[in-house]
Design a protein around this ligand. Sequence first.
Ligand code: TTJ
Length: 673
Amino acid sequence: MKKGMVIILENYEMLDEDVQEMEEQDVQEQAIVSDTQDYGGEQIQVLEGLEAVRKRPGMYIGSTGEKGLHHLVYEIVDNSIDETLAGFCKHIDVDILPGNIIKVTDDGRGIPVGIQPKLGIPAVTVVFTVLHAGGKFGGGGYKVSGGLHGVGASVVNALSEWLEVEVCDGENRYYQRFERGKTVDDLAVVGPTSEKGTRVAFKADGEIFESVEYSFEILEKRLREQAFLNAGLQITLNDKRESESRTEVMHYEGGIRSFVGFINKTRGLEALHPDPIYFAGERNGSTAEVALQYTDSYYETLLSFANNIETPEGGTHEDGLKNALRRAINDYGHKQNILKEKDKVSGEDTREGIVCIVSVRLTDAQFEGQTKTKLGNSEIRTLVEQLSYEKISTFLEENPATARIILDKALTASRAREAAKKAREATRRKTGLEGASLPGKLTDCSSKDRMSTELFIVEGDSAGGSAKEGRDANIQAILPLWGKMLNVERARIDKVYGNDKLMPVVTALGCGIGDEFDLSKLRYGKVVIMADADVDGSHIRTLLLTFFFRYMRPLIEHGHVYIAQPPLFKVSRGKKVRYAFDEKQRDAFVKELYPDRTEDTKVPIQRYKGLGEMNPQQLWETTMDPQNRTMLLVEMEDAAAADEIFTVLMGDKVGPRREFIEANAKYVVNLDI
Ligand code: TTJ
């Protein structure tokens, strides 16, 4: 029987236990060793563990695309954040070095370098070479932070061309290097030091990742979030790549209170009371923290986290808070006679304009839901609901002026909802039918096979005319839009009903809006926004997308919304015609059609200023023909990011909008507002 190898295979729980146990010499072998199988040498087993990661990286980090690449950094940084949670790390530096090397440095106690008795190698080596060898090495505290997958440093090591670790324990500086997960040298003392901390540098493996180029903005967003969630922790992101030079120091003594302020400021939201309402509590070792503030927005922004991991699907912590807020506001309103006995504001009404962060920490977090980002632990609902009800009630009692503002906001939201309901019913009565009749401007298609049909929402009457003539009448319907459209970011739902620009869209699609939305009633498989590539066109595109995002979100989530891509140039030579979507493509077509062109050869290039300039035949060929066209599918990978885009772009603050466009130029190139 060979010792060691089985430990590697069955080590997970063992390695997650306390250091005291790890340091016990009389390891109970039968608990970890199966003596009937021959597993081969120890080293081979260690490497086999990491080979599995290299064979199926997606299983461990989600993808080998941009997301997976950035995930490597979070996996490493999360270890330093665990040390922060244990109370020993105040600074984390993340450097992006030339060649897209990542270096993470912390001032914690340093990963233990002592020999791990079960494996006979240093604990730090175990951390980087044994799959799932995360967890605690010290007494006290528990591992609570972690990335989406929480797979640990060994996975990063396995997926790196090389990785170097340096540990300072106040006496010695230790160093070890790995290549593609394999140990290059044993851990060695490289000098004396009075410092304490851990430093890890790695280069993601170009054989594994589609690209190894990091985005400062992506790292910044996640690291800033971590700085907000861990009040007092200072995270410095430093871009030292050849072409870049940028440093962002993120340090918030106010923690999630500062997070709320940051969201308001970057989105241009006006707070309705001076400071966020903040409270924190603890029960049976779990903690909960909430910061919230009401703003002039008509939408809610609620971000929730469990163990520093965002939970976009919500869960028990969110439910607890929402229940508490609804109950506390209704109870206070009745007590103060602001609400009549029979009056009740809904949960949704009590959240209009709210910007709120809920952060909980617990052992054994259960992540559920489609994307495993919904918190399932029921004890957390009780903790958050009781804590929030008590604290929000007290706040309202002690701050009557703010309480009045919050109640007025909820009441106005409630009345708008009632008005919207009446408007909806009135529309129904007027038409005398359940489904309202189709809008007069709609030119419908003949096919009744809904999933194969397409609705083109076209800007302007003349383009609408061309589209009508050029379309495939069997599957393509045309709805022209014109004039100034309602910006739903600055209006409530009651204004949407009866709006002469938006209602034709609603009735043409047939699936209702808001709570009423029913995807199964959708009358077309694809909804295509077709507008010019100019400022007006991009404005109308953004307004429509904002509308779909706020009132018909499943339409986007299920991939029904597209943006048509009309060409900008036509290059021709005799009968040969090429359509180009940008300058680069135009120049390439010129080269293709006129290979031996000299300076004074005249090349017929037409620049389309708008859809209206194309004749029906051209519009069909370039933009509408399913066999030829290019269309952009509108995806909503990250609802929070989309929320931010719309709030900023369609809000009424110019400052944040300009800053946003400057910072995100590549995302909003076509939204040149
Ligand atoms: C564990 O308990 C004993 C003292 O040290 C604790 C520890 O492991 N601290 C620690 C780990 N601080 N920083 C790390 C760490 C930092 C990076 C950048 C990467 C990794 C894998 C761990």
